[in-house]
Design a protein around this ligand. Structure first.
Ligand code: HEC
Length: 116
């Protein structure tokens, strides 16, 4: 009796998990898809799109990662939305920083012009 119940429960579990696996990615948002299948390797979605066209991104994702075009589409939209904008302010270069730090010496006066 108990064994039968266990077998029935196991069967139910298989059926339920099978049904869930069928449409695992259906209806998920890009952010959700990324968190589920990409975040293990890519810690952040930011900067992955690298200013690529959405179509380029879409083809790349479909070819390399997702078999479903819906998921690839959602992901490419998401990656683009979190991509760092091209016109983002660049980090200050070290050259610039050392320049402002080197300004401790007073500027040299210009050479005196000797009149004739
Ligand atoms: C098993 C680890 C792994 C998983 C999971 C993974 N990626 Fe990648 N991905 C990589 C590696 C490695 C590269 C190559 C990195 C490089 O060339 O700098 C890469 C490259 C990329 C690139 C191109 C980046 C570039 O600099 O040109 C994109 C876009 C990308 N992945 C998106 C995704 C998306 C979206 C997912 C989820 C569907 C995903 N990745 C899942 C490992 C992974």
């Amino acid at each position: 009796m108990v064994a039968r119940l266990g077998a029935a429960a196991a069967l139910l579990l298989i059926v339920v998990s099978g049904a869930r696996a069928e449409n695992l990615d259906a209806g998920k948002s890009g952010a959700r898809l990324f968190a589920d299948s990409c975040a293990s390797c890519h810690r952040s979605a930011r900067g992955l799109a690298k200013g690529r066209f959405r179509l380029t991104l879409y083809l790349f994702l479909q070819q390399h990662y997702t078999s479903s075009s819906d998921a690839a589409s959602a992901l490419s939209t998401y990656l683009q939305s979190v991509d760092t904008p091209a016109g983002a302010p660049a980090r200050k270069t070290s050259a610039r920083r050392s320049l402002s730090r080197g300004e401790t010496r007073p500027p040299r006066p210009p050479l005196p012009v000797r009149g004739h």
